[in-house]
Design a protein around this ligand. Structure first.
Ligand code: BT5
Length: 331
C-alpha cells in the first residue's frame, strides 16, 4: 500500500466513523470536510469509494450524506476499524491464494503486518500441493506477512503461533477447539481450520514468512462436498449463530500479532506452552510414518523447532519433523 493509499484509507475510515456516529442523519459535505480538514470534492470521492466497498450511503441535495445501518459488512475498513494492533489489510474479492498474494507483495518489499484477506480463493493451497476449499464468503481466508528477526531455528514455531491464535479465538467464541499436529484445528474431531506457512529465502537469509490461515465459518455440510463432509466442519455447523466475519478476522490478526511478538522477544517457550494447552495430540496413540514405514506410536512432546517427539513400540524415542498423523482410538 502506497503512502497515498494509506492516507485515503485513513480519510475513508474517519468519514465512516463520523457517518456511523449517527446512522440515518445527514452530514453536509462541507461539515465532513471541515471535521477532517479536507475539501468537499475529496469527501465526495471517498464517499463513492465507500459505496463501492458495499456501504449504503444516501445523498440528498442541500442535506449531504447519510449512512444506513448495516450488519456484517466484510471489507478492509471493517477489519481495520476493529484492530487493536497495527496491520495493513488488503481485501480482495477474489484471488488464487492469499499466500500467493502476500508472497508477491513480500517480494516487492511490503512490511511485516501486511495481511491479504480474500472473500474467495480460486486455488486455495494446503500443504504438499494439496488444495484448500475456499468458497466465496464461506470462511476467513487470510495470509499475514512476517519479516522475521528471530533465528531460522525458530521458524517452526510460526505455524504453532498461528494455531494458538486460532484456538484462542475459537475458545473465546465458546468452542472446545484443539490442535492436531502440526497444523489442523479441530472441533469435535473435524477440521475447522488449516494453516499453511511458507518461507522465502534470499540465499541463506529468511526474507519473509507467510502465515496463511483458512477458517471455515458459514459452510453447510453440502458446501464441503462428498470428499470433505465427514472430515470438515464450520463454526455455523457447530453452533448456529450469526458470525461477524470482520470481527473474527480482526481478532485473528491481533492474536497472530501477539504470538508472533512473543517469538520476536525470544519467548518462544510461551508459544510451546500455549500450543501444548490446546494440543489434541500429546499423550495420544497416533499412526504415522517413522523413517520409511507407517506405525503406531505415542506422541510425547513438541520440540522447539515444532517437531513432534514420539515413542515407538520398541521404546525408542524419535522426532517427526513433518508429515501426517492419524489419531488413534484415544484421540
Ligand atoms: C492445510 O493443509 O490445512 C492448510 C490450509 C491453509 C489454507 C489457507 S487459506 C489462506 C491461505 N491461502 C492459501 O492458499 N492457503 C492458506 P493440509 O494439512 O495439507 O490440508 C489439506 C487437506 O484438507 C485437503 O487435502 C483436504 O482433504 C482438506 N480440506 C480442504 N479444504 C478444506 C476445508 N475448507 N476445510 C477442511 N478441510 C479441508
Amino acid at each position: 500500500m502506497t503512502k497515498q493509499d494509506s492516507q485515503s484509507e485513513h480519510i475513508r475510515l474517519r468519514i465512516l466513523t463520523l457517518l456511523e456516529s449517527r446512522p440515518g442523519d445527514y452530514f453536509s459535505g462541507e461539515e465532513i470536510g471541515k471535521a477532517l480538514g479536507v475539501s468537499r470534492s475529496a469527501v465526495w470521492k471517498q464517499i463513492n469509494r465507500l459505496r463501492r466497498s458495499g456501504y449504503r450511503i444516501h445523498s440528498a441535495p442541500n442535506k449531504g450524506y447519510c449512512i444506513e445501518k448495516q450488519e456484517n459488512v466484510y471489507n478492509d475498513l471493517e477489519i481495520t476499524k476493529r484492530l487493536k494492533t497495527k496491520a495493513c489489510v488488503i481485501f480482495l474479492e477474489k484471488t488464487d491464494s492469499t499466500n500467493n498474494t502476500v508472497k508477491a507483495l513480500a517480494q516487492e518489499g511490503c512490511e511485516q503486518g501486511t495481511v491479504a484477506v480474500a472473500l474467495e480463493q480460486t486455488a486455495g493451497k494446503g500443504r504438499l500441493g494439496r488444495y484448500w476449499k475456499s468458497s466465496k464468503g464461506k470462511g476467513i481466508w487470510l495470509s499475514y506477512c512476517l519479516r522475521p528477526s528471530f533465528s531460522v531455528a525458530e521458524l517452526g514455531l510460526v505455524t504453532l503461533a498461528g494455531a494458538c491464535a486460532v484456538c484462542r479465538l475459537l475458545k473465546e467464541e465458546g468452542f472446545d477447539a484443539g490442535i492436531k499436529w502440526p497444523n489442523d484445528i479441530l472441533i469435535g474431531g473435524k477440521k475447522v481450520c488449516g494453516i499453511l506457512t511458507e518461507t522465502g529465502f534470499e540465499e541463506t537469509r529468511v526474507e519473509y514468512v507467510v502465515v496463511g490461515i483458512g477458517l471455515n465459518v458459514f459452510q453447510d455440510t453440502e458446501d464441503f462436498g462428498p470428499e470433505l463432509k465427514d472430515f470438515a466442519t464450520s463454526l455455523r455447523l457447530e453452533k448456529d449463530k450469526d458470525y461477524d466475519m470482520a470481527s473474527l478476522a480482526s481478532a485473528l490478526i491481533d492474536y497472530l500479532y501477539e504470538y508472533i511478538s512473543l517469538l520476536e522477544k525470544g519467548e518462544g517457550e510461551k508459544i510451546i506452552e500455549c500450543w501444548k494447552s490446546y494440543s489434541k495430540t500429546l499423550g495420544k496413540t497416533i499412526y504415522t510414518t517413522v523413517g520409511s514405514r507407517k506405525e503406531w506410536v505415542t506422541a510425547l512432546d513438541i520440540r522447539r523447532d515444532g517437531a513432534l517427539i514420539v515413542k515407538r513400540e520398541d521404546g525408542t524415542v524419535t522426532p517427526i519433523i513433518s508429515g501426517e498423523i492419524w489419531l488413534g482410538q484415544d484421540g
